[in-house]
Design a protein around this ligand. Structure first.
Ligand code: XLS
Ligand code: NI
Ligand code: NI
Length: 439
């Protein structure tokens, strides 16, 4: 059966500029516009998430899905998965995104055993490959869904049931092969059930050791396969479990260091996960970047009044400006990108809302990029920070940084001097207002 054409009435989304009133046009995302010597398209590397945009039916704990998706036939068959894949590529083509991301079980249905699941996946991967070739749209990253099926109730790599570890390993092996076959840029590990609900029944140390072992097996297999893309861990502190081991950027970095995995992993930082962990997105990005491990971002935002992962499309200019300041500071994405791990609201149930949502996210990130580049060009913010640390560029500060002074020398220095140079103001309000000049 041929692929349906549900978006026939929707034009290819074009850049029309800030004055346009056309809701199906970009006001700020101009893929060709050059910023700091690189096109917006190459800076932002937008990606559509398959699971929200093509598998999310907008159900919640209190009600069934509201989404109208005329291409769905209500089944979870392989034929439906293949048709859906073609629809997804029509959508991404019209939107003009260069990348997409998926879990194995989003794109193809779980079979009655591992062999059948693998076969189902292969049947859909054939279509994905064709569509990638037809459109030039590439795979930013893929991942294995190790959290939906009941077998993962106690975790995957951290399950108390060794067979579940084995199943998860086999599933990740296959997902890696598929990612490699599709030319994926990277591969993500999000440990949805790698944590606990009560410590009363949990051997935390043993579970962490198993997670370390699992990741080493993945690295070994990646090398065997010849897959060159990076592995990313995606931190999230809770939901679905009470506590997840990959709780935030610092916890992930500590885990990677403890198990000697830092060379093979970077982090995929998600806004709503940062806030669930009690951090800002910028904090998480800076922690990852400081370790040279900022790989990619899952772009979304939460709701300040709701304490769960609402996965809303990012429409906050202040947020995207801060994100892009950090991304530009670290020299931009290499293999990573801006993956919209976001879903339309339950009330935004029409197919056209999928366009509105992505256009909103893309325009908001484009403005964030432009603002961040303008702040950098202006230079006052960077100069202020440089000046704030200037005592480290000379005299005793320089000696400390160069390892030329210890406690004895510092005591002698201070005994002679008596007390410290006066402190200067941090000027927070001035700086906040300075940022606002560019938004
Ligand atoms: C869930 C996560 C998940 C990962 C991929 O909260 O964000 O969607 O991005 O497994
Ligand atoms: Ni995510
Ligand atoms: Ni999430």
């Amino acid at each position: 059966m041929a692929a349906p054409v549900p978006f026939a009435k929707i034009p290819k989304i074009q850049f029309e500029g800030p004055k346009s009133k056309n809701p199906l046009a970009f006001k700020h995302y101009n893929p060709k516009e050059m910023i700091e010597g690189k096109s917006m398209k190459d800076h932002l590397r937008f990606s559509v998430t398959y699971w929200h945009t093509f598998r999310g039916m907008l159900a919640d704990m209190f009600g069934t899905g509201t989404a109208i998706r005329p291409w769905e036939d209500g089944s979870n068959s392989v034929a439906m998965a293949q048709r859906r894949a073609r629809v997804a590529f029509q959508f991404m083509e019209k939107l003009g995104v260069p990348f997409y991301a998926f879990h194995d079980r989003d794109v193809a249905p779980e079979g009655k055993n591992l062999r059948e699941s693998n076969r189902n996946l292969d049947s859909v991967v054939e279509v994905l490959k064709e569509e990638q070739e037809r459109t030039g749209i590439r795979l930013l990253w893929a991942t294995a869904c190790l959290f939906v099926h009941p077998r993962f109730m106690h975790g995957a790599a951290t399950s108390c049931n060794a067979d579940v570890f084995a199943f998860a390993a086999a599933q990740v092996k296959k997902a890696l092969e598929v990612t490699h076959e599709l030319g994926g840029e990277g591969y993500v590990f999000w440990g949805g059930r790698e944590g606990y609900t009560t410590l009363l029944n949990t051997d935390l140390k043993r579970e962490m050791d198993h997670l370390g072992t699992f990741m080493h097996m993945a690295v070994d297999y990646k090398k065997e396969l010849g897959f060159k893309g990076p592995f990313y861990i995606e931190p999230k502190p809770k939901e679905p479990t009470k506590h997840q081991y990959d709780s935030d950027a610092a916890a992930c970095l500590n885990f990677l260091r403890e198990y000697d995995l830092l060379d093979d992993f970077k982090l995929n930082i998600e806004t709503n996960h940062a806030t669930l962990a009690g951090h800002t997105m910028q904090h998480e990005l800076e922690v990852a970047a400081a370790a040279g491990a900022l790989g990619s971002i899952d772009a979304n935002m939460g709701d300040v009044l709701l304490g769960w992962d609402t996965d809303q499309f990012p429409t906050d200019l202040y947020l995207t400006t801060q994100v892009m300041l950090t991304i530009l500071k670290m020299g931009g994405f290499t293999t990573g990108g801006t993956n919209f791990d976001a879903k339309v609201r339950r009330e935004s149930f029409e197919p056209v809302d999928l366009f509105h949502a992505h256009i909103a996210g893309m325009d908001t990130f484009a403005r964030g990029l432009k603002s961040a580049a303008a702040i950098r060009k202006d230079g006052r913010l960077a100069d202020f920070v440089k000046q704030r640390y200037s005592s480290w560029d000379k005299g005793i500060g320089r000696d400390i940084e160069r390892g030329k002074a210890g406690f004895r020398e510092l005591e002698a220095y201070m005994l002679k001097k008596g007390d410290v140079e006066p402190n200067a103001s941090g000027r927070q309000e001035y700086l906040e207002n300075l940022i606002n000049e560019f938004i």
